[in-house]
Design a protein around this ligand. Sequence first.
Ligand code: ADE
Length: 244
Amino acid sequence: MERNIERIAIIGAMDEEVVALRDGLTELEEHPTPFTDLPVFTGKLDGVEVVIARCGIGKVNAALATQYLIDQFSLKAIINSGVAGGISPEVKIGQLVIGHSSLQHDFDVSHFDYPQGTIPRLETSIFKGDPNLVELAFEAGENKVGAENIHRGLIVSGDQFVSSVEQKQSILAAFPTATCVEMEGAAIAHVAWLNQIPHVIVRAISDQADNTAPDDFDAYLLEVIPTLNGVIRALVRSAHQNAN
Ligand code: ADE
């Protein structure tokens, strides 16, 4: 299906993270999937061929959607867009984080002496964002929010909404360089790596992964997404130009 057209994939977990991008598509087409809950759309975003999926929350949903898009379409790049909780003290609500790498913070085989986050018997557990896409995403973000409001660093993902200082401190103790926490990025990165497809994670900070995170998430989710979407659109345009 659709193998003749090369596309950039944009994957977001929640409707709020993808609807405005979908509504910005020309030549919009919905593609039925065999799954109970995986809406997929193709079209042109600012003239660039893309496929957008709303994968659902968490690593399993994210991994399945990523592999499905890779199997069904001809992807030249994968962008994961969404919100995240800041865990580094420098990373504040409303700011942006570009993942130069990501890992699964809840992967725990420490019983066999593997450090937290290590996937045993896999060549790597830290999945690097494509350096070119990371640079383009950073430039796009910097243009939108200014250098003081954008970070580039390690993003950690897990099947947990982090909403207490204790939870946040324990993640920071295991991964002192982590910038922000979310629930899909490293799963998408893992599948992209297995398939050798370049990817980048772009996140806007909705909360600080502490005791006020649930309230902040509700308050800021819709507020931070328009800026994030602006960055994603600029990234799609520049990634497309760069490849041609
Ligand atoms: N996404 C946005 N905020 C988050 C948090 N605090 N924990 C996990 N995922 C998030």
